[in-house]
Write a protein that binds this ligand. Structure first.
Ligand code: FAD
Length: 496
C-alpha cells in the first residue's frame, strides 16, 4: 500500500492496493471476551480478534471461508443493542486500526483507518479550523461503525448523514477482494455498504470530508418547550436558520406538560464574528471537562444517577432539569465549544453504568413529519400508562438520505432510553411494549435505526425498508458475501 504517513505533508492519492492473505501467518490472537452492546443488556461471550493491518483482516476472512465460520465486525461497540455482538461466535474488532493516514489542511479531507474515532478526527482537524460535518452524541464512535450505520448528528435535517461526507472507501469483501469505491465508481455498492451494518464487507479505509469552522465555539440557545406541540412548532420554525437543533424531553411530563423539554439551538460563527473563539481551535480547549467544578471527577457521578434509577426518582431529576431550563433560556445565547455542545453524554464517563445490573436499551423510532405529533404523543402516553417511562428522551429533526438501508425520514425521531430490569418478566414486558410501539411507528410509515435497536422482530425488516430495498440488499449480500460470512446477532435477529 503506498500512502503518505505524514499527515502534514498534504493530501495523498490512494493507490490500488493488493492485499494478499498470508497462509503462514498466525495473525493476531483470538481471545474469549464478554462482548456486549453499549447498553449492556444484550450480548455475551465471544471470541475476539483485533487486527492491526488490512492483511490481517484478509487472513481472518480467508480462515472464515476455509472453516465456514461467520464473523461479526465491531468498531467501538457504541451501538446500544446487538449490532456488533455475536454470542458464542467470532468478533473482528477494528479498533486497533486507528491511524489517520492523511489530512489535507486546505480541503479538510481526512483519510482514516476504520478504527479512527470521532474524537481522533476532530482532534486532528480542529487545529486547521475544520470540524467533522456529522458527529454522534459520543465521540467514541469509530469511522467504520459510523459509516456502517450511517450515523446522524444534531444537524441531520440540514447536512444529512455521515455517509454524505464520505468521499470514498476501501472495502475488503468476505470473498477477499479489496475494492476502492466512490459514489461514481460503484453507486450501488457505495450506497449499500454505507448503511449496510457491516453485512457486505469491512471498511479498511475511509476518505472523509470535514467542514470549515471560523471559531472554536458555537452560539447556543436553550429554549423551553412547554409541551410536545411547542417542541415541533419551534423546530419547524428554526430549522431553516439553525445549524443544530436537538430537544431533550422530560417524558414524565403529563397532561398539559406532556412532551415538555428543552430545545437546544446552536449556530456556527461567521468569519470574524468571534475573534476570541479562534483560541478555542486548540484541541485542549475543546475537550469535555472530566471534573465537575474542576474538582470532582465526573466519573463519580454515575453512582448518584444509579440511585435515582433504582429508587424511581428519575421523574424528580427530570423535573429539576426542566425547571433549570428556564434559567438557561434567560441566559441565552451563550458560547460553548464544539466539543462541549456535541458530546454532552461524554461529560459523565460511564454514565450508562447507572442502569446496572440490567443495563439499558434505546428505542428510536423515526416518523414522517405529518404523523410525528400523533404517533409520538401516543408513544409517550403508552409508556406512562404501563409505567415503563424512559429516563431520557431526545427529539431530532431528520431528512431522507440516498442510502439503501437508511433509517432516515423527512420527519422526527424520538430516542428513548429504558432501564432494563434484571427480572425476566419485567424485561420481557419491556420488549413487548417496544414491539407494540414499533407497530404504531410502522403503521405510520416510520423506520428504525439498528444502532439503537434490540427489540425489533425479523418480520419488521421489510416493513422498515420496503420490499424492493430488502430484495436489492439481499442480492448485493449474495453477490459480495455468497457464504454469508458477515453475521451479527442483529443480522440473525432480522433474518438478513
Ligand atoms: C452515548 C451514545 C450516543 C450516541 N449518539 C448518536 C447520535 O447522536 N447519532 C447516531 O446516529 N448514533 C448515535 N449513537 C450510536 C452510534 O453512533 C452508532 O451505534 C455507531 O454505529 C457506533 O459506532 P461504533 O464504532 O461503536 O460501531 P459498533 O457499534 O461497534 O458497530 C456498528 C456497526 O458497524 C459495523 N462495523 C463496525 N466497523 C466496521 C467496519 N470497519 N466495516 C464495516 N462494518 C463495520 C458493525 O458490524 C455494526 O453493524 C450513539 C451511541 C452512544 C453510545
Amino acid at each position: 500500500m503506498s500512502i503518505t504517513e505524514d499527515p502534514d505533508a498534504g493530501m495523498t492519492t490512494l493507490s490500488e492496493i493488493n492485499v494478499k492473505h498470508n497462509p503462514d501467518s498466525h495473525g493476531p490472537e483470538w481471545r474469549d471476551e464478554d462482548v456486549r452492546g453499549f447498553g449492556m443488556a444484550v450480548g455475551g461471550r465471544a471470541s475476539v480478534c483485533r487486527p492491526t493491518t488490512v492483511e490481517q483482516v484478509a487472513d481472518v476472512f480467508a480462515a472464515a471461508r476455509r472453516e465456514s465460520t461467520p464473523i461479526a465486525l465491531r468498531g467501538a461497540g457504541c451501538s446500544y443493542g446487538d449490532a456488533s455482538t455475536a454470542v458464542g461466535g467470532r468478533v473482528l474488532d477494528l479498533t486497533a486500526m486507528n491511524r489517520i493516514l492523511a489530512f489535507d489542511p486546505q480541503t479538510g479531507v481526512a483519510v482514516c483507518e476504520p478504527g479512527v474515532t470521532v474524537r481522533d478526527l476532530w482532534r486532528k482537524s480542529i487545529g486547521y479550523a475544520f470540524w467533522p460535518k456529522v458527529v454522534s452524541g459520543t465521540m467514541a464512535v469509530s469511522m467504520g461503525g459510523a459509516a456502517a450505520m450511517n450515523i446522524h448528528g444534531k444537524n441531520n435535517y440540514a447536512l444529512g448523514s455521515f455517509g454524505e461526507c464520505v468521499r470514498a472507501f476501501d472495502l475488503l469483501t468476505p470473498k477477499g477482494e479489496l475494492v476502492h469505491v466512490t459514489r461514481e465508481s460503484d453507486p450501488e455498492l457505495f450506497h449499500a455498504a454505507i448503511s449496510g451494518f457491516g453485512m457486505l464487507g469491512c471498511f479498511t479505509k475511509l476518505e472523509i470530508q470535514t467542514k470549515r469552522v471560523h471559531s472554536g465555539r458555537l452560539r447556543v440557545w436553550g429554549l423551553v418547550a412547554r409541551d410536545l406541540d411547542h417542541n415541533f412548532e419551534m423546530i419547524e420554525e428554526l430549522r431553516g436558520q439553525a445549524d443544530y437543533l436537538v430537544s431533550w424531553l422530560d417524558l414524565h411530563g403529563k397532561g398539559k406538560g406532556l412532551g415538555r423539554g428543552l430545545l437546544h439551538r446552536a449556530d456556527q460563527m461567521q468569519p470574524g464574528e468571534d475573534p476570541e473563539g479562534v483560541r478555542y481551535l486548540d484541541p485542549l480547549l475543546q475537550d469535555v471537562p472530566t471534573k465537575l467544578f474542576g474538582v470532582v471527577p465526573k466519573g463519580w457521578l454515575w453512582p448518584g444517577m444509579w440511585g435515582a434509577v433504582q429508587t424511581r426518582q428519575v421523574w424528580l431529576v427530570n423535573w429539576l432539569k426542566f425547571k433549570a431550563g428556564y434559567r438557561e433560556e434567560r441566559g441565552s445565547p451563550y458560547l460553548q465549544s464544539h466539543g462541549a455542545f456535541h458530546f454532552l453524554l461524554d461529560y459523565v464517563p460511564n454514565w450508562h453504568w447507572m442502569t446496572k445490573p440490567g443495563g439499558l436499551i434505546q428505542f428510536q423510532p423515526f416518523v414522517p413529519v405529518a404523523e410525528a405529533p400523533r404517533v409520538m404523543r401516543r408513544i409517550i402516553e403508552r409508556c406512562q400508562e404501563v409505567g415503563y417511562v424512559p429516563y431520557l428522551g431526545v427529539l431530532k429533526r431528520h431528512r431522507p438520505d440516498p442510502f439503501l438501508m437508511t433509517h432516515a425520514v423527512d420527519g422526527y425521531s424520538l430516542a428513548m432510553d429504558f432501564a432494563v430490569s434484571r427480572s425476566k418478566s419485567k424485561r420481557d414486558a419491556l420488549w413487548r411494549l417496544c414491539q407494540e410501539l414499533a407497530e404504531l411507528v410502522l403503521e405510520a410509515g416510520g423506520r428504525f435505526y439498528y444502532a439503537k435497536d434490540a427489540v425489533l422482530l425479523g418480520s419488521s425488516f421489510a416493513r422498515v425498508h420496503g420490499e424492493e430495498a430488502v430484495r436489492q440488499f439481499r442480492e448485493l449480500k449474495q453477490n459480495w458475501d455468497p457464504d454469508h460470512l458477515m453475521q451479527t446477532d442483529l443480522s440473525r435477529r432480522m433474518g438478513v
